[in-house]
Design a protein around this ligand. Structure first.
Ligand SMILES: [Cu+2]
Length: 168
């Protein structure tokens, strides 16, 4: 173990303990000045939809776009759906589809698109039939922004995905 600058170790330890105490407290710390934009501006989830599964599949994929409009990085920790008993976050990483245990990170002022062939949420062990015309509730939990609820319309198996202004 490396102990740099032993001459100031005592003072350094006090500073570290003080900072840890602040972080453990309930108050959010504005780590840096964010200029005119509020550091607590929202995470926006838009364009959510669920692709109707091909029977007898008992899992459906959900897609949406997450806009981090804040100046702080955040992380999508979990997605829960009222339509199924379990949900799994599948994200594209290095060209492969993997289960994202920790959840994708959203850099400041970034957009994360969940779309066909890329990242998506698998809603598994569906409670009932999921078909076009219905809608499915999704509860997204972000590390910093907390819970965001969206309602996702169910799109028929062969129907084009609703666009959110981006490319296909
Ligand atoms: Cu999947």
């Amino acid at each position: 173990m490396r102990i740099p600058l032993p001459a100031v170790f005592g003072a350094g330890a006090v500073v570290v303990l003080g900072a840890a105490g602040l972080i453990r407290g309930a108050q959010p710390l504005p780590a840096a000045s964010a200029g005119s934009s509020s550091p607590t501006a929202p995470i926006v989830v838009a364009g959510a939809y669920v692709r109707a599964p091909a029977p007898p599949t008992d899992a459906a994929a959900a897609y949406f776009t997450v806009y981090n409009t804040t100046g702080t990085a955040d992380r999508l920790e979990t997605v829960v759906s009222g339509a199924g008993a379990e949900t799994v976050l599948h994200v594209e990483a290095h060209g492969a589809m993997v289960v994202s245990a920790a959840g994708p990170v959203l850099p400041p002022h970034s957009t994360l698109v969940f779309k066909t062939g890329a990242s998506h949420v698998m809603i598994e062990k569906l409670f009932g039939t999921v078909k076009a015309g219905q809608s499915v509730s999704l509860e997204l939990t972000f590390e910093k922004a907390g819970i965001v609820n969206v309602t996702a319309p169910v799109i028929a198996l062969g129907a084009p995905a609703p666009t959110t202004g981006g490319h296909s």
